[in-house]
Design a protein around this ligand. Structure first.
Ligand SMILES: [Fe+2]
Ligand SMILES: [Fe+2]
Length: 185
């Protein structure tokens, strides 16, 4: 296998980094497929709710789609809890980081903060601060985050709900993650 010349990054050449850049670009093309596999794993994520984490995600995306939300928004809804597996105490940030290069800043922010906004529905029963979301009161997207949690998160635990299958959303994942990524800081 062809590899770079260095064992310390500090010794790498321009050619090495061009070579790596091509590999990275090629690998990124597989991102939609990896995300779909990660979503499938949510079927067997932590239990206790009346629906699996995958079903919760499908309900969120289905409702967003039926409300005529943008494809970016629907995909964000589908992925909003994808961090449950690897980031149980910071799952919002993980999902938001995955989405960030591909979606508008507002959607990134909604997903990044949804864990805090979601506390409004239960934190008063668990010793937390139900109004923790108030810290974002002056943010221009505050109401958008309130809306996301109300319409596409807190209500998506219904075993009777007829959600679209994951396959329905796969072309949308391919669309959003097939776009030219924008790199922030
Ligand atoms: Fe969540
Ligand atoms: Fe959720």
């Amino acid at each position: 296998m062809e590899t770079v010349s260095f064992i310390n990054m500090a010794d790498g050449t321009k050619a090495d980094y061009e070579f790596l850049g091509k590999h990275e670009e090629e690998y990124a093309k597989g991102l939609p497929g990896r995300l779909i596999e990660a979503l499938k794993k949510l079927e067997h994520s932590f239990s206790g709710y009346k629906v699996s984490r995958l079903e919760h995600s499908l309900q969120s995306a289905t409702r967003a789609h039926q409300d005529g939300r943008s494809v970016e928004y629907v995909v964000a809804a589908l992925l909003h809890d994808i961090g449950d597996e690897l980031a149980p105490y910071s799952h919002s940030e993980m999902a938001a980081s995955i989405l960030r290069p591909y979606v508008e800043e507002r959607i990134y922010w909604i997903i990044k903060t949804h864990g805090v906004f979601q506390m409004y529905y239960y934190a008063h029963l668990t010793g937390g601060d139900q109004n923790a979301r108030d810290r974002y009161k002056d943010n221009p997207w505050y109401e958008d985050a309130v809306e996301f949690c109300h319409l596409y998160d807190q209500n998506c635990f219904d075993p009777e709900y007829k959600s679209k299958p994951l396959a329905f959303f796969e072309p949308m994942i391919a669309d959003v993650f097939g776009r030219e990524p924008a790199f922030g800081e």
